[in-house]
Design a protein around this ligand. Structure first.
Ligand SMILES: C[S@@+](CC[C@H](N)C(=O)[O-])C[C@H]1O[C@@H](n2cnc3c(N)ncnc32)[C@H](O)[C@@H]1O
Length: 213
């Protein structure tokens, strides 16, 4: 049976405040959500994990930073790369970004982002695409929450971010220190203790907002 992702998310992912970001609510995965029903099919029995359904430390710190320092994004055009739930883009829009584009390779992420944007009373454009292999986009800020968890992905992301720096964008990365973070290129500008996907309830990890230099 074909499942409508919008209906599925509304019915099975309750609207909850994000830990460490009480200003933002998101459709959130719970043990009862049964996400496999949405993502697995006879054609694709081993799908990509639905990372968009969860809260990640990298996205949480970037979102926290934008909410705490709205001047960073106010009036700016922001690209939220690897946007998942859209939490980073939503925070940027709440903080006054003039345009927010959320790009993710998972089609269901775009559906969740649009539902989440309207829950939070902001507008955001969702793009279902892998921008990492293409040219830089015309954006003032590229925000990257938790995208350095796999070596091939990290290499492509860094290539895109380098092209973005050359094109004049500011690149901000939120990350708890995943394995493929380009540490020698980062300047730490903020640090927070936040929950992370896979941690026990109420536990936190230290994660940072970095400028790519
Ligand atoms: C760990 S999650 C982080 C989500 C969000 N940024 C956050 O911090 O909450 C990584 C997200 O990146 C997406 N992703 C993976 N490869 C990508 C690519 N090449 N381009 C865009 N998105 C990608 C995944 O689908 C997933 O939603």
């Amino acid at each position: 049976m074909l499942i409508d992702p919008k209906e599925f998310i509304r019915a099975n992912m309750p609207v909850l405040p994000v830990p460490s970001l009480p200003e933002i609510v998101l459709h959130s995965a719970t043990p009862a959500s049964g996400l496999r029903r949405l993502i697995a099919s006879d054609d694709n029995p081993d799908p990509e994990p639905p990372y968009w359904a969860y809260h990640w430390a990298g996205g949480a710190v970037l979102a926290r930073y934008f909410l705490d320092h709205p001047a960073v994004v106010r009036g700016k055009r922001v690209l939220d790369l690897g946007s998942g739930s859209g939490v980073v883009g939503i925070a940027a829009a709440k903080a006054g970004a003039i345009l927010v584009i959320a790009a993710d390779t998972d089609q269901n992420a775009g559906v969740a982002q649009q539902l989440n944007a309207s829950l939070n009373g902001v507008r955001m454009t969702s793009i279902h695409a892998d921008l990492t292999t293409g040219p830089a986009l015309d954006a003032d800020i590229i925000a990257v929450g938790d995208l350095f968890y796999a070596p091939d992905l990290a290499e492509r992301v860094l290539g895109f971010l380098d092209r973005s720096l050359v094109a004049g964008s500011m690149v901000l990365i939120g990350d708890p220190g995943r394995a493929y973070l380009p540490n020698d290129r980062l300047q730490c500008i903020a640090e927070y203790a936040v929950p992370d996907f896979g941690q026990v309830r109420d536990a936190t990890v230290n994660a940072s907002v970095f400028a790519l230099i």
